[in-house]
Design a protein around this ligand. Structure first.
Ligand code: HEC
Length: 146
């Protein structure tokens, strides 16, 4: 009887930890990965503007910049204790061990996004985009495995 109960607990617990719904750490991983995917999906259209392949559209650039600014703020809360492992997270242990450095990189993302939010001409965009784009690699190289 005891063994049966133990087995049931192990099975239930196993199923639970696989589900982000019941685990705040996994939910945080899921949320930050979704946010990063959104940010990543804007890189091609934005760099297309930089390369002259598409037109500068202030509405798109500014609203995307504002969205990413807000997301950079949210990301400061989405690497909590308990989210070090699971869902094939690529966050390196350094995220948790060197929190201040990691937050500084998020700050750079937010400032870069603020530059996009303020761009009201192609010239302004071209001046702001490089700092924004560099903030990604500057963090990934230290804090993300690939
Ligand atoms: C402060 C650090 C930091 C900055 C800045 C940053 N990233 Fe990330 N990024 C990460 C970490 C850490 C992960 C891994 C998250 C995980 O798997 O839990 C990640 C994951 C990703 C992923 C994979 C998401 C998935 O589907 O799992 C993409 C795409 C991505 N980042 C794009 C970008 C782009 C584009 C920028 C810049 C505009 C950027 N990131 C800026 C730290 C950062």
């Amino acid at each position: 009887m005891k063994n049966l109960l133990a087995t049931i607990l192990v099975i239930c617990f196993g199923a639970m930890s696989a589900s982000a719904q019941d685990d705040p750490g996994l939910a945080a991983i899921e949320a930050r990965q979704a946010i990063m995917s959104y940010i990543g999906s804007n890189m091609r259209p934005l760099s297309g503007i930089m390369r002259g392949r598409s037109d500068f559209e202030a509405g798109y650039v500014q609203s995307t910049g504002r969205a990413i600014q807000a997301m950079a703020k949210a990301l400061t809360l989405l690497f909590p204790e308990g989210s070090e492992e699971g869902l094939e997270t690529k966050a390196l242990p350094a995220v948790f061990a060197r929190r201040a450095d990691f937050l500084a990189k998020l700050q750079a993302l937010e400032s870069g996004a603020a530059g996009l939010a303020a761009a009201n001409s192609l010239e302004g965009f071209n001046a702001a985009f490089p700092a924004f784009a560099e903030s990604c690699q500057s963090c990934h190289s230290q804090f993300r495995s690939d």
